[in-house]
Design a protein around this ligand. Structure first.
Ligand code: ADP
Length: 170
């Protein structure tokens, strides 16, 4: 693939991109971290569409590792792509599910015709994934993905996250 990978330190809700990826939970009805910030800044249109998805295709919630798009509401983007990361476990290797979040989000982005996609570090907040390992999985997965997306931007909230991703991109 030929997508350019870029890194930004900051708040993903301040990004301008065709699609902004949300580290959602399977309820699609909001939460903390990135999810809370996206719904706060994006306004009620996103939650309304999430509710409609729960009432139709995703009555049981969005499964871990999958992705679905909605409007981006008031964000400077055309779509929010919601993906559900796995909760980190020391007993069970869930890295395939974390990789799937990135792959499926890019697949949804391709279906929409998105050229620029901004990702947070999925699963590294409340879901507890160690940052260095999450960065490795994120970068390896998007590098290996077949996609027409031209720019894949990782938006990292703090210096430690930024450094972990920067080390993988070098
Ligand atoms: P998860 O439930 O998948 O762990 P979180 O939203 O709790 O998702 O956290 C994912 C990562 O996003 C964490 O590294 C967290 O520090 C970071 N983060 C939280 N808020 C923002 C934001 N507004 N923009 C970018 N990254 C954020």
């Amino acid at each position: 693939m030929s997508a350019t990978l870029t890194l930004v330190r900051g708040d993903i809700t301040r990004q301008s991109a065709d699609a902004i990826v949300n580290a959602a939970n399977s309820s699609l009805l909001g939460g903390g971290g990135v999810d809370g910030a996206i719904h706060r800044r994006g306004g009620p249109a996103i939650l309304e569409e999430c509710r409609r998805l729960r009432a139709s295709r995703y009555g049981g919630g969005l499964p871990t590792g999958r992705a679905v798009a909605t409007t981006a509401g008031d964000l400077d983007a055309r779509w929010v792509i919601h993906t559900v990361g796995p909760v980190f476990s020391r007993e069970e290797d869930r890295s395939a599910l974390l990789a799937s979040c990135y792959r499926e989000s890019l697949r949804v982005a391709d279906g929409l015709g998105a050229r620029t996609v901004a990702f947070p570090a999925v699963s590294t907040g409340v879901y507890g994934w160690p940052m260095e390992d999450a960065a490795r999985i994120a970068v390896e997965t998007v590098r290996g993905a077949e996609t027409a997306v031209e720019e894949i931007r990782f938006v990292l909230f703090d210096e430690q996250a930024y450094a972990a991703f920067a080390a993988r991109l070098r």
